[in-house]
Design a protein. Sequence first.
Lengths: 237, 588
Amino acid sequence: MLELDTVEARYGTATALSDISLNVGAGELVCVVGPNGAGKSTLINVIAGMHRVAAGSIRLGTRNLAHLQSHRFCAEGIAIVPEGRRLFGTMTVCENLELGSYLAGAKARRKESLENACAMFPVLRDKLGQRAETLSGGQQQMVAIARALMACPRLLLLDEPSLGLAPIIVLEVFNSIKRINAEGVAVLLVEQNVAMALDLANRAYVLEEGRIVAQGTPGDLLAQPHIRRAYLGVGAD
Amino acid sequence: MFCLSVPAKFNRDLAAILFAGALLATIPFTGLPPFYESFLYLVFLWTVLATSWNILSGYSGYFSFGHGAFFGAGMYTTAVLASRFDVPFLWTLPAAAGVAVVLGAALGAAVFRVRGIRGELFALVTLAFTFVVGTIVLNTPIDGGPGVYLSGVAVPKIGPSGVSAFFYMGLALALGTVLAAFGIFHSKFGSGLFAIHDDEDVAEVMGVPTLGYKIAAFSVSCSLAGAAGGIHALFLSYVTAGDTFSIVVPLTVVLMSVLGGKRFWAGPAVGAAVITALLYAFTAGDHAVAGKAVFGAVLIAVILFMPQGVLGWFFRRRRPLAKAAQGVVELPPMAYSQKRSDRAVTSEPILIARGVRKAFRGVHALDGVDIEIRRGEILGLLGPNGSGKSTFINLVSGHFPPDAGEMLFDGRDLARCKAHRIARGGIARTYQIPRPFAGLMVRENVAMAAMFGSANLSRGAAMREAQRWLDFTGLTPKANTYPDDLNLHQRKFLELARALATSPQLVLLDEVLSGLTPTEINEAVDLIRAIRDHGTTVVFVEHVMRAVIALTDRIVVLNHGLVIAEGVAADVMARPEVVTAYLGSGHA
């Protein structure tokens, strides 16, 4: 469904991504792992339309998105849960969620989506009238995911959803990602908690210094000792 | 950008300022028509106003729209003293400066205390202040309506012609102002102002006495504006409240400083020269209206294409930043090889918190917490999100005071201490989401901490100390880049380097490991061990269980603002209440 072909991205003269070819099938859950500075967040931003590609193509279905303006990506069915959540802090939880369904198509289904979001994260139901910045980190992350779902996306991009969360919340967030995926939404997940991400994913890519250096099923990747060592910290302790 | 001044460059710039001053001083004797002297007087006047404005607003980022109030206060002080009380003109100038300082310091002492008044609110408050002062002047005997004439006041005789007195007074004040701006720029005081500009809360927690610095900068700024007002009153020889306390002065000085470059000591002077010349060239002739439009267009173009001002553009062209490739920077092997001080964990407490409470809008973030931190230990502080861990760190570092309870550190209660005093006392912290000073290079970021924390070093010593911590964290290859160029891993290590450069007794690490890959976590764990071996006590807020078990001597678990468990990590994690509240059944 999503297909990147030899994508390149730059910051000024510095190359952040080069020769990236990657795909996510409909309903698939794919994760991207790699060290900090490898370009994972840039990759997410490129697919979300927040960073322009320097070369290559991004296709969603049959459409080439590479030269679309950034706000059009949402209409194509891509939603993002950005790193660090980036909620509208002074707005209420409900307003945050409603802004998630800003476009006409999603707006028509707003009520239903809101109901689904509350079903997915029951703790939010009592918090709808509260300002987003007053929530705990875990609850904020739930709002960020729910807000992305309000757009009724075909593809959900998640950038480090477990960042700074307590283990019990991480479990809950990963469970919700599993459920979202089970409902048919394709997911591209960037995550430092490699063990849990690989546990969830159908396939994974390893990104280093802006290039894809390995890909395959979690089983394939974990069979490679250097990947185990580098990304699970196994044997390095 | 400011710290990189090597002494040679400092001396060269200082010599250049003095030489320019001496060169300008010869102009009245060259036989040029007096017109040039009055034109240059205006350049000097605007140089004083723009440069003095920049000392507060450019350096520390507190955008003032109230410069007209202090300029005007100076004008009226001189006008009233000279015309009604027959005080000799030159004697009125210190009074003009003094009145402006009193007004500025009083306003600053009130406004700078309020955390909410920053950015546009400060601009509005200072603008309103201008109109308040203007109204008072207009409706009291100070002016009373008709304006004040200075036609009877004797102009001091300086130089060959009548105008040259103004020329020389303007030149002297402009020279003094530029030297003040230059000196502050290169001082520890200036470094503190730049830190306030980028992130005031972090600056305070790092030991910068922000309130005092802001008031001091405002006072210097106001005194110079006041003295300029005194001279200009005599130059105009007739002052009216309507013209004096208008928006023209603040708007013009802002434009000049932005045009020249606010981050540079010479920026406002360049802007003042350019704009005064442009204003004259475009608006003095027959096409005044068309000229104003051209003038406006030039300004828009400069602001669009040279956002850092003329000087920012100039320096960038001369020294194109060798931007390191965005990819991974190989960190050099750990440079830290100092002998392990065999400090065992003692039972002597370094910090005792008793009955600490803090609520936000009725929500109890901490609800009566007792925590004891022992000298030399690594204490893990755990708990679900929203359990009060960050609040505890914010209280200990002085970001806000507790509602109740005490926190004894070295026998002093931190509850009533300002953040910069706590930093001086030897407590440093990192931020979960790194908060580097974006306008300062990596090296300067670290040096700032060494200058103002408990290390309290001079600028030169701080730069050397910074190198040590850059080596320790492996950031040396990035020392001369801006924090924007760092990836998350490196930013986290910059937080660490900054905290350590203050040479703290106690360092509070707020989730330094979150977002790092397992390999990077291993590196950081080694680093944290090395910090402890160096004798520093560490409080470590973290969710990465592997690191918590590997590092901590003890842990304290918080939930809903209360301590629910305390002890050795492995024991505490097995307790059912900790599993339900924090770890989740997946970990059991």
